[in-house]
Write a protein that binds this ligand. Structure first.
Ligand SMILES: Cc1cc2nc3c(=O)[nH]c(=O)nc-3n(C[C@H](O)[C@H](O)[C@H](O)COP(=O)(O)OP(=O)(O)OC[C@H]3O[C@@H](n4cnc5c(N)ncnc54)[C@H](O)[C@@H]3O)c2cc1C
Length: 222
């Protein structure tokens, strides 16, 4: 908690049954794709836990988008209300590739946060495609923002058939197919669990994608 900043929650949004976005006045500048640490007073986890900023550097409000998995931190954050104060660090991390190459995001669930921040940042005008995996269409996040954005989004529903729904496919995405169908010079942004990121990374490199064209962020072991 030493040197932490206190910020007041000014808005919350329930993205889906598991995921909540918390908004607070942006207390510092940051680079798209960075994360903060959140501290809980009197928690045995004195170093806090990391949460990616799901807002862009130019947004008036900063945000984090949290999946409630029933652990100490995610339960605490997903039960915060407007007017509550949370304690956070400054922003860290270097997920942002700062490139003009076409961007391809490969992500599951709330892992969208840092990828959204990078892909929709000011000046990011190149082609952007997002391969976005969810349990079902009810489990999307940032749905309206994505519809309004210039990002081409391919949704994948892993637990519900979605035949005929525009923009949606049933089942898991196939990384070999993605590597073949995107621009040959694309830069990949991958975010999710350790096993998800490892699997995607291995398949991309097996398809000849150079490691310098893959940026990864891992949220948790699974
Ligand atoms: C750089 C970085 C950025 C992160 N950004 C985010 C973010 O934007 N949003 C977010 O929700 N989390 C994010 N995390 C994960 C976050 O830091 C916590 O680990 C997470 O909220 C779980 O903490 P907990 O105390 O609730 O549960 P814990 O008690 O730590 O976890 C209990 C168990 O659930 C597993 N687990 C942890 N997280 C998940 C999950 N999301 N889904 C399924 N199983 C899980 C753990 O491996 C563990 O076995 C990030 C982690 C890192 C390292």
């Amino acid at each position: 908690m030493r040197d932490s900043l206190s910020v007041e929650i000014v808005k919350t949004r329930q993205e889906n049954p598991e995921v909540t976005t918390l908004y607070f006045a942006r207390p510092f500048d940051f680079t798209a794709g960075q994360y903060i640490s959140v501290f809980i007073p009197d928690s045995p986890v004195r170093t806090g836990k990391a949460y990616s900023l799901s807002s862009r550097p130019f947004d008036e409000l900063a945000s984090i988008t949290v999946k409630n998995i029933g652990g100490e931190f995610s339960s605490y954050l997903c039960s915060r209300r407007v007017g509550d104060v949370i304690h956070i660090s400054r922003a860290y991390g270097d997920f942002n590739p700062r490139t003009n190459r076409p961007l391809v995001g490969i992500v599951a669930g709330c892992g969208l946060g840092p990828i959204w921040s990078v892909m929709s940042d000011e000046g990011v005008t190149q082609d952007k495609t997002l391969y976005f995996s969810h349990k079902t269409p009810d489990y999307t996040v940032f749905d309206e923002e994505l519809v309004r954005s210039d990002i081409t989004v391919r949704h994948f529903s892993t637990q519900q058939h979605v035949e005929g729904v525009e923009g949606w496919s049933s089942g898991r995405f196939n990384v070999d197919t993605i590597a073949r169908e995107v621009a040959g010079n694309a830069h990949f942004l991958v975010c999710g669990s350790v096993s998800f990121v490892r699997d995607v990374w291995q398949k991309l490199t097996a398809n000849g994608v150079g490691v310098e064209r893959i940026s990864t962020e891992t949220f948790f072991e699974s």
